[in-house]
Write a protein that binds this ligand. Structure first.
Ligand code: SAM
Length: 372
C-alpha cells in the first residue's frame, strides 16, 4: 500500500518500508522502486538491500555491498518521473510543463481538465500543483493507455486527485458542466474539443485554456475555434531552450586587439598545409596591395624561410600571447573586463506551439448591481 504520494513530500523525509524511492545511479540510470524489507536491488556495481535503505533520509548517498558503487535515494517527484517514465506516447517535458502551469495560473485547490493523458507525464505535475484539495479530470481514448495510467496513478498515490476517463473528447466531449478553472489539450485536433471545453469552465470565474500542437495549421484552426467561442486574449508561444555560455573577456586597447589578431592570423597560417599557405599568402598580399595597407608582419615570410621564420614567429607569438593574457582573476582585478554571453551552435529545436486563451466569466453569472 502507498504510504505517501508524488503530490506531497513526507513530513519526516525518511525512507520507510513500502515507500517509493528513486534510485539515482547516474544521469542515464535512474530507477523507481518500492521499498520492501525482504528485497535487494542488484546492478553491475553490486547489491543494495532495501532493509539498509529504511530509516535513511531521502537524499542519502548509499554505498553498495562491494564498495565499488553508490547511488542516491531520492524522493519521487513529478520532475524525476518525467525523466524515467515508460513512454507510451510523446510526452511533455519540464520546460513546457512549467511554462504551461505558470501561464494557466494553476494553484492548489483548482480543478482542471487534461486530454489526452498519454503517458501521464504532465498529469503528475498538475496533480502536485493542484494538491491537496484540487482535482484533475484526465481523458484518454486509448484503452491500454488508460489502464497503464490508472495503475500508475494508484501506485503513485494520486488516484484520489485524478479522475481518469476513457473517452473520445472530440466526438463525445468532456461531459462536465460548470466545473473547472483550466483546460489543457494535447490532441491532434484540439479545435474539435473547444465547444465542450467551454461548457466545462466554471461560469462565474475567468477560465484559462492551453493547447499544444506541433504544426502552425493546427494552431490556426484552434485560434478560429477559440474566437468563435468568444475566448479572448489569444496568444501563442514557443518554448525553446537556449543555453547561454557566460564568459568574462579582457577589454583590449586597439593596439592590443590588432596585435592579438596578428598572432591569431599567424597561427592560422601555420595550421595550413604549405601549398595552401603559399596561395593564401599571395592572395592576402594582393588584397593588402589593393587596399594600400602596409603589409602585415607575416607577409615578410620568404619562400624557403618558412620554418626558420615560423619558429621565430612562434617564439614571438608566445611572448605576445603572454603579455596579452593573464588569469581571469587578474583581469577582473584590473577592472578591464567585460562579461558576454554566447550561444552554443547546437540547440534543441521546435517541439510544439503553445496556444493560450482566456474565457471571461459568463454575463449571467455576474452579480447584478442596481444603481439607486
Ligand atoms: N500530455 C501527455 C503526456 O505528457 O504524457 C501526452 C499526450 S499524447 C501526445 C496524446 C494523447 O492523446 C494520446 O495518448 C492519444 O491517444 C490521445 N488522444 C488523441 N485524440 C484523442 C481524443 N479525441 N480523445 C481522447 N484522447 C485522445
Amino acid at each position: 500500500a502507498t504510504t505517501h504520494s508524488f503530490a506531497r513530500y513526507k513530513a519526516n523525509n525518511i525512507v520507510e518500508d513500502g515507500d517509493l524511492v528513486v534510485l539515482y545511479l547516474s544521469k542515464e540510470n535512474v530507477i523507481l522502486i518500492r521499498v520492501d524489507v525482504n528485497e535487494t536491488f542488484n546492478c553491475k556495481f553490486g547489491s543494495y538491500r532495501h532493509a539498509d535503505m529504511i530509516g535513511l533520509e531521502y537524499g542519502t548517498k548509499l554505498g553498495s555491498n562491494t564498495g565499488r558503487g553508490f547511488l542516491y535515494l531520492l524522493f519521487p517527484t513529478p520532475e524525476l518521473w518525467t525523466l524515467i517514465l515508460p513512454h507510451r506516447t510523446q510526452i511533455l517535458y519540464v520546460a513546457d510543463i512549467s511554462f504551461i502551469m505558470n501561464f494557466l495560473n494553476l494553484k492548489p485547490g483548482m480543478s482542471m481538465i487534461e486530454s489526452g493523458t498519454g503517458s501521464g507525464s504532465f498529469s503528475h505535475s498538475i496533480a502536485r500543483t493542484l494538491a491537496p484539495t484540487g482535482h484533475l479530470y484526465s481523458f484518454e481514448y486509448h484503452q491500454e493507455r488508460v489502464n497503464a495510467a490508472t495503475k500508475e496513478f494508484e501506485d503513485h498515490g494520486l488516484s484520489d486527485m485524478i479522475t481518469l476517463r476513457r473517452r473520445d473528447v472530440c466526438k463525445d466531449g468532456f461531459d462536465l458542466v460548470d466545473r473547472v478553472d483550466a483546460v489543457f489539450l494535447d490532441l491532434p485536433a484540439p479545435w474539435e474539443a473547444v465547444a465542450s471545453a467551454k461548457r466545462a469552465f466554471k461560469k462565474n470565474k475567468i477560465g484559462k485554456i492551453c493547447t499544444f500542437s506541433p504544426c502552425i495549421e493546427q494552431i490556426s484552426k484552434t485560434v478560429t475555434a477559440l474566437s468563435e467561442h468568444k475566448f479572448v486574449d489569444i496568444q501563442m508561444y514557443e518554448c525553446l531552450i537556449r543555453f547561454q555560455e557566460v564568459r568574462i573577456l579582457p577589454i583590449l586597447t586597439i593596439e592590443e586587439a590588432m596585435e592579438k589578431e596578428r598572432i591569431h592570423e599567424s597561427k592560422r597560417q601555420r595550421a595550413l598545409p604549405r601549398v595552401l599557405r603559399d596561395s593564401y599568402l599571395k592572395a592576402t598580399a594582393k588584397a593588402n596591395e589593393d587596399e594600400e595597407l602596409p603589409p602585415a608582419k607575416h607577409m615578410k615570410i620568404e619562400k624557403g624561410q618558412e620554418e626558420e621564420n615560423s619558429n621565430k614567429d612562434n617564439d614571438d607569438t608566445n611572448k605576445k600571447d603572454q603579455s596579452l593574457s593573464g588569469t581571469p582573476a587578474e583581469f577582473e582585478a584590473s577592472g578591464k573586463t567585460v562579461t558576454i554571453t554566447k550561444l552554443p551552435v547546437e540547440q534543441r529545436g521546435h517541439t510544439s506551439y503553445l496556444l493560450f486563451a482566456t474565457l471571461p466569466p459568463s454575463v449571467d453569472s455576474l452579480p447584478v448591481v442596481t444603481l439607486e
